[in-house]
Design a binder for this molecule. Structure first.
Ligand code: GUN
Length: 310
């Protein structure tokens, strides 16, 4: 037995395996959007209501403009209706809540999202609380968070929901695996830790939720079968923090200055992709990984909201 172990260890040492597979979020999201498009077309033929998403953008933050444009475009591609409410950056909290209340009571609107972050004069928590939980397709309202934690039907925040859809699409075995989630945000890390620990498939992981005060992050990552990096620090996760055969999901999308690009920036993930990828069984790229899945998940929430109400 000992000999065998020794032999296999020596034999494999230093050999690079061509087993790494990219988790292609762009292709997977496209497939989900195509399926939604067919379902929406079918509803249309049957004279049923098609999904209608209302998005609110306060101010003109560059990244928020890009994300909102992508969400509106995805709605169009899948045959959804969308309404974009633009509000000035000096809009008051009361005025924004007024717009939300109108959308809450409008029977034509199935989903409402307020793009975050908001200008400093507006309290994000008050805004999230003002959205009707049954139209909260971002899944940020405390009622949806509570339902999700209890395993009840809920709108799941788009980024963790998109990651779960991606793991499911690639039939990744997660049960019994140790998942390390880096970052405890309300939007990504915390809900991700809950979904991965749920008694579902994908799910059933043993989850460690790491954050800025975690003292032994490298050791924990080296024990992880699955790592979800969602801390917003470009190329934070290095090869020496990842064990052979790990599954790595990169949620980072930091804009880094790049004069060779027309836009003046490029997107960088939280994972040092070039050095980490050769060690992985599966890894998501940036761009083309989690980002497109987030939008597909938002559409799924909006579609589900529509069929629940109509
Ligand atoms: N800002 C960053 N991510 C998100 C998201 O998923 N939804 C909204 N509304 N704002 C965001």
């Amino acid at each position: 037995m000992r000999l065998q172990n020794k032999f296999s260890f020596n034999f494999f040492e230093g050999v690079t395996f061509a087993r790494m597979q990219i988790l292609d979020g762009k292709k997977t999201a496209q497939a989900i959007k195509e399926e939604l498009k067919l379902n929406v077309a079918q509803r249309s033929v049957e004279g049923k209501k098609v999904p209608h998403l209302a998005a609110i953008l306060v101010g003109n933050n560059g990244a928020s403009e890009t994300y909102i444009a992508a969400k509106v475009k995805a709605c169009e591609e899948s045959g959804f209706r969308s309404t974009l409410e633009r509000m000035d950056s000096d809009t008051s909290e009361a005025k924004l809540i007024d717009v939300i209340q109108q959308l809450n009571t409008d029977p034509d609107i199935d989903g409402i999202l307020v793009q975050l972050p908001l200008p400093s004069q507006i309290n994000e928590e008050n805004i999230i609380n003002a959205i009707d939980p049954d139209k909260d397709v971002d899944g940020f309202h405390p009622v949806n968070v509570g339902r999700m934690v209890l395993g009840q039907p809920a709108f799941i925040p788009a980024t963790p929901y998109g990651i779960m859809l991606l793991l499911k699409h690639y039939k990744i075995e997660t049960a019994g695996k140790h998942a390390v989630v880096i970052g405890r945000s309300n939007i990504v890390g915390r809900p991700m830790s809950i979904l991965l620990s749920d008694n579902k498939n994908p799910g059933n992981c043993t989850v460690t939720l790491c954050h800025s005060k975690t003292t032994n992050l490298k050791e924990l990552c080296l024990q992880a079968d699955i790592i979800v990096a969602a801390l917003g620090k470009p190329e934070f996760l290095k090869a020496d923090m990842v064990k052979e055969g790990a599954i790595v999901v990169d949620v980072g999308i930091t804009r880094v200055k790049d004069d060779t690009k027309k836009s003046g920036f490029k997107l960088k993930g939280d994972v040092a992709f070039d050095e980490v990828a050769p060690k992985c069984n599966f890894i998501t790229p940036v761009p083309g990984g989690v980002g497109p899945m987030t939008i597909a998940a938002l559409l799924k929430n909006t579609f589900n909201s529509c069929i629940q109400k109509n």
